[in-house]
Unconditional design. Structure first.
Length: 400
């Protein structure tokens, strides 16, 4: 029973890490600096990179959104990386009037390798920042302008708001949209105010000077998490910029999202194993940042956390090991954290009633998500990649 208590305590502490990070973010004294007035920075030149593998269904809508930005044409460049494509992706990109770089079978496949290869082909140093936009996403019309508002960008790393492009499809996509808002608007907003790094994902904006100094060194199946860990370990600030919005197509069925969820879980755990030591030993970041980074890399999603808590609570009730009376309250804290964020997201939703109703699907989704997380453990070390099935966007899908 002592061993059981020890194991359950460790699990409870791991689940508690994100809540500890939130607490630090709230109480951490912010350094007040006198802001000096600076002359307006020149409008930055942005290089948009769109890595794509057989994305003929969605590439046109992605490029259309990029081309119709409320931003001067001479201050932005769009380049599609057609990575081992066997469909019409490259043809559609050229038809849209953007630059298209094609990789063949002589090069290793995969998004991180495609990005590294493209950065070698393009003179990105002539631009102020590189923005990586997935081919299955749509950026808001003011996306580039929102990034430019943070100029100068050459030494900055910015992470835009990631939303769901198809929230009205069903309960699964609407619930995903609510949790996305909870994360990018509220959880990341708290980190931003505390000066802590936010994780990277699609739409990431990498300042040219940062890329020159670090290069592209993320080659795992979750390259965005690896880039987050690498930059954090080096003490490079990653800021959230919710005003810049990018929306991705969420899988509308559990079958479609299965490979994606397994890849995310396995990839993040692999990054944790690879970078935990260097992050915790880094002399370029604070203790608060170390705790926060390890918390992000070790954290499962809210539904997996819910499943773990339910299982542990059942074990506590069944076995009644020593210390059960204080392990149980620890388990409740992570759930309260997500309830608060989710409630805030529902409150700002355009259709709060529908958003709340979507969570009736949560019990079934929690069971499925827990199974996917267990299956992801078998992917550690193998680094497989299975492409998520795509489907055409409905005409009713509009940006929130």
């Amino acid at each position: 029973m002592i061993v059981v208590t020890a194991v359950l305590t460790v699990v409870a502490i791991v689940l508690l890490l994100q809540s500890v990070s939130d607490f630090i973010s709230v109480v951490r004294p912010l350094r007040r600096r006198t802001r000096q007035r600076r002359p307006p920075a020149p409008l930055p030149h942005l290089l948009f990179l769109v890595p794509a593998h057989n994305e003929e269904l969605l590439i046109s809508s992605c490029l259309r959104a990029l081309l119709h930005q409320h931003y001067p044409v001479d201050r932005r460049t769009i380049a599609v990386i057609a990575d081992h494509c066997t469909d019409a992706t490259a043809e559609l990109a050229r038809r849209a009037g953007v630059q298209c770089l094609e990789r063949d079978d002589q090069d290793p496949p995969g998004k991180p390798y495609a990005l590294a290869w493209a950065l070698e082909q393009l003179d990105f140093t002539a631009r102020d920042a590189v923005v990586i936009v997935d081919a299955d996403t749509i950026v808001a019309p003011d996306f580039a302008a929102a990034l430019a508002a943070r100029a100068p960008l050459r030494h900055k790393v910015l992470q835009p708001f990631n939303g769901v492009a198809n929230p009205a499809d069903n309960a699964l996509t609407r619930m995903a949209a609510t949790l996305s808002t909870a994360t990018h608007r509220f959880a990341f907003g708290l980190k931003n105010r505390a000066g802590l790094n936010v994780p990277l994902s699609t739409g990431m904006c990498l300042g040219t000077d940062v890329l020159i100094a670090t290069g592209w060194r993320a080659f795992s199946i979750c390259e965005d998490w690896e880039m987050y860990a690498l930059l954090t370990e080096r003490g490079i600030r990653i800021e959230s910029i919710p005003q810049a919005r990018v929306f991705a197509q969420e899988a509308s069925t559990l079958r479609q999202s299965s490979s994606q969820r397994r890849r995310w879980t396995a990839g993040k755990l692999a990054v944790l194993l690879l970078y935990a030591r260097s992050v915790t030993r880094s002399n370029r970041i604070s203790l608060a940042q170390k705790i926060d980074c390890v918390a992000e890399l070790s954290a499962f999603g809210p539904t997996v956390q819910l499943a773990i808590v339910v299982v542990i609570a059942a074990l506590l009730a069944l076995l009644r090991p020593p210390g059960a009376e204080w392990i149980a309250p620890l388990l409740a804290v992570p759930l309260v954290r997500w309830i608060i964020y989710a409630a805030a997201a529902v409150a700002v939703d355009r259709e709060p009633g529908r958003a709340l109703l979507a969570f009736a699907f949560l019990p079934l989704y929690t069971v499925w998500r827990a199974r996917a997380a267990v299956a992801a453990l078998a992917m550690l070390g193998e680094q497989p990649w299975v492409r998520t099935e795509r489907h055409l966007q409905s005409r009713s899908h509009t940006l929130p």
